[in-house]
Design a protein around this ligand. Structure first.
Ligand code: BGC
Ligand code: CA
Length: 366
């Protein structure tokens, strides 16, 4: 086993010499989900890892488009600054709980946790508290607020979920006003379908609610034709949209997706149904601004998205973990305040064809 680890380490070192150790964002493809190894260790290239803080990370599942970008941002932020132990929790909370136990036994000095189940924050915090290890939760927020968790050394890095719903709603309302022809049946009502992220995820709940609320507050009447969870996933998004096209046909006038991953699947289903050729068009919006969605926006296929900044979230989570692991102030080197729930909030931004560069930069594309 030791021999094998040594060999792996040497291979990594050799490879990083050839590639200049470049773990650039756009070098790394999102995981395909067939990655069965649970844990990867990132050593520092100068092999001085022992002097660097040891940080234990869990990602709810590697096979998630957006979290893959956030994960890569974490790895890049740790390079030369910390030793990361990174785990794929495979969308299973009990797997994640075990991974946390193992990392605590390995002597990690801080934990960065992307929960499977947002409600399990207290379970993880109890383990960390018993071991005296600080925890930074990232991306999935404890629904009652991180300040309600009974462990002082707990913080959150993410976004303000409601903001993404508001921005998506604003974007949809503006585009709808600009395109009266989208009201196909001319009844003055926007007949829409909604693809939701996982139930109980604060981002999914808020995006579903506040996008429509914003549109309605702009004085646009809406009618929900279909609403279901696509679990943030492109394949499920495609399946849902295919079913709805069969059932509702061209009654559908607008497709709102809680994330771009599902929007990619929706676009595939629409293309298979003859959309986006000649004059057949369907407005689709998402959230995240992942590179694949940006391409679709540039091609005039997707109307817009909402930038969910993975570089800043990943980097801040690792910086905060290093800070608390080395007994510095949690916010040292972070250009942000904590809100009343002990959270660092990274702002969302509306993205359309006009400001696509902003999103490309946030994803390290240029
Ligand atoms: C992102 C989704 C992602 C989810 C994972 C959300 O903030 O918008 O794309 O699947 O986080 O927790
Ligand atoms: Ca209509």
């Amino acid at each position: 086993m030791k021999k094998l680890m040594g060999l792996i380490l040497v291979t990594i070192l050799v490879m990083s010499t050839f590639t200049g150790c470049g773990s650039k964002q756009n070098d790394v493809e999102p995981s395909t989900g067939d990655n069965t190894s649970n844990e990867t260790q990132t050593k520092n290239k100068d092999n001085e890892s022992t002097s660097k803080p040891k940080i234990g990370v869990t990602i709810y599942k590697y096979d998630d488009n957006f979290m893959t970008y956030t994960r890569n941002a974490m790895t890049a932020a740790a390079e030369g600054n910390a030793e990361l132990i990174m785990n794929d929790s495979q969308n299973n909370q009990s797997v994640q709980n075990d991974q946390v136990d193992v990392m605590i036994n390995k002597g990690v000095q801080a934990l960065v946790i992307n929960l499977v189940d947002p409600g399990a924050a207290t379970t993880i915090a109890d383990k960390a508290k018993a071991a005296g290890i600080p925890v930074i939760f990232v991306n999935k927020e404890y629904p009652d607020g991180t300040d309600k968790i009974d462990y002082e050394s707990t913080w959150y890095v993410g976004t303000q979920s409601k903001e993404s719903g508001d921005i998506q709603g604003k974007l949809v309302a503006a585009a709808w006003e600009e395109h009266p022809e989208w009201d196909r049946n001319g009844d003055g009502v926007m007949q829409y379908v909604m693809l939701m992220g996982e139930p109980g995820h604060p981002d999914a709940e808020a995006r579903t609610k506040y996008s429509i609320e914003y549109i309605e507050n702009e004085g646009i009447k809406t009618e929900e034709l279909e609403k279901q969870t696509g679990m943030w996933d492109a394949t499920k998004g495609k399946e849902l949209m295919t079913t709805w096209l069969g059932k509702e046909g061209d009654k559908i006038e607008m497709v709102l997706c809680n994330n771009d991953g599902m929007a990619l699947g929706v676009v595939e289903a629409l293309k298979a149904d003859g959309y986006f050729t000649d004059d057949k068009f369907m407005p689709v919006v998402g959230v995240d601004a992942i590179p694949e969605a940006l391409d679709l926006i540039e091609e005039g296929i997707m109307v817009g998205t909402v930038l969910n900044d993975p570089l800043n979230q990943g980097k801040s989570a690792i910086q905060m973990a290093i800070n608390v692991a080395t007994e510095k102030d949690v916010l040292e080197g972070i250009d942000s305040e904590l809100d009343e729930t002990k959270a660092v909030r990274v702002p969302y931004q509306p993205i359309t064809k006009d400001n696509i560069k902003l999103a490309k930069r946030a994803y390290g594309m240029e």
